[in-house]
Design a protein around this ligand. Structure first.
Ligand code: NAD
Ligand code: DAU
Length: 337
């Protein structure tokens, strides 16, 4: 099989490529990535010389480049996106362009090249926000209610993917996953931001009251879920992919990281809240478990500790990433924190 992976130089995309080459060495992978601030080929150093792997620097909004990359492709796995909620609040237009228009260009070319499978990576954020006091979870039947420019643009892309299935018969599947954590995550996201700030002896900015809840999924569990969907998923279906955590809030996450690193809670700094901050995400993954046999296997506490170790042992990786552009973004977002 020949796969086109978009956004393969980002956090989940690069973990997916490493996972796929290890588990399906007979397949060929083309990684198509624009290399925005979030794309980093260092993540893929260990496979760059593999004869079944190649890289194309390109923009998913560019029909000519996508047309060429799509030649002889059997399956598309579409990760490429602008992915950070806070940046979407500063500059929504990049999100609409890449996440909506870019997805539409890919879909057009997938139809033209008659690809056998188009798997779209989406997010639980399209479902909106749950209340802390609720006991309900998001599932595949939950109505869409995106509340940030990021989640609205991802919702738009999900609708387009389903529309191309209905209108043009393109074989598609979608996964809506919860918050991933693990190696190679860009340190603008909460867990790597907290770990690397502590390692630099800097404060950890916690938005609002810190009582926001996310459903945490170890990135390798996510890669295995995508593999399962590519092998066994049904055409046109959506699968929710979540982790093993139950209602852990941001403060508890930070306290766990501080504890692992032997640091004091006075490193926490409460900062201005994110506008429109979604209070709680929690995902029901029983459909993918019952229909396809996938379930998350990585315990949060154990793999958070391993993730902390990874950032401790790979300081060159994140110090290179926390460069000029990052510093400008950080100052704008957090001021002097
Ligand atoms: P990321 O920001 O780490 O990586 C995104 C990648 O896409 C980068 O390599 C970037 O260079 C590339 N890219 C951006 N714009 C592009 C364009 N126009 N053309 C080609 N490449 C482009 O993102 P991530 O956290 O790895 O997320 C990957 C996907 O998974 C996204 O679609 C995101 O919405 C989704 N998702 C992420 C999470 C999470 O917790 N990180 C959870 C659920 C879903
Ligand atoms: O739910 C899936 C989504 O998870 C993905 O679709 C997104 O691409 C991904 O970025 C992530 O979105 P979140 O907004 O949930 O992740 P983030 O790491 O930005 O924030 C996690 C929580 O931590 C959230 O409640 C906001 C809070 N936070 C975040 C940052 C960056 C802070 O308190 N302080 C911070 O500095």
């Amino acid at each position: 099989m020949k796969l086109l992976v978009t956004g393969g130089a980002g956090f989940i995309g690069s973990n997916f490529i490493l996972y796929w080459i290890k588990n399906h060495p007979e397949d060929t992978i083309v990684n198509f990535d624009k290399l925005t601030y979030a794309g980093n080929l260092e993540n893929l150093k260990s496979v760059e010389k593999n004869k079944n792997y190649s890289f194309i620097q390109g923009d998913i909004c560019d029909p000519k480049a996508v047309d060429k990359a799509m030649e002889n492709i059997n399956a598309v796995v579409h990760f490429a996106a602008e992915s950070h909620v806070d940046r979407s609040i500063i500059n929504p237009s990049d999100f609409v362009e890449t996440n909506v228009l870019g997805t539409q260009v890919l879909l057009d070319m997938a139809v033209k090249h008659k690809v056998e499978k188009f798997h779209h990576i989406s997010t639980d954020e399209v479902f909106g926000s749950l209340k802390l006091e609720d006991t309900n979870l998001f599932n595949e039947r939950t109505n869409y209610n995106p509340r940030s420019p990021y989640s609205a643009s991802k919702a738009g892309s999900d609708h387009l993917v389903r529309a191309y299935n209905t209108t043009y018969g393109l074989p598609i599947t979608i996964s809506n996953s919860s918050n991933n954590f693990g190696p190679y995550q860009f340190p603008e996201k909460f867990i790597p931001l907290a770990i690397t700030n502590i390692l630099e002896n800097k404060k950890i900015p916690v938005y609002g009251d810190g009582l926001y809840v996310r459903d945490w999924l170890y990135v390798e569990d996510h890669c295995r879920a995508i593999d399962t969907i590519l092998q066994k998923g049904k055409n046109g279906e959506t699968y929710c992919v979540g982790g093993l955590t139950e209602d852990i809030n941001n403060l508890e996450v930070v306290k766990k990281i501080l504890n692992i690193l032997g640091k004091h809670e006075n490193m926490i700094e409460y900062v201005k809240d994110r506008p429109g901050h979604d209070r709680r995400y929690s995902l029901d993954w029983s459909k993918i478990k019952n229909e396809l046999g996938w379930k998350p296997m990585h315990d949060f506490d154990e793999w958070l500790e391993k993730t902390v170790d990874w950032y401790k042992n790979n300081q060159d990786w994140w110090k290179n990433v926390k460069n000029g552009e990052y510093k400008r973004y950080y100052k704008r977002q957090y001021g002097s924190v």
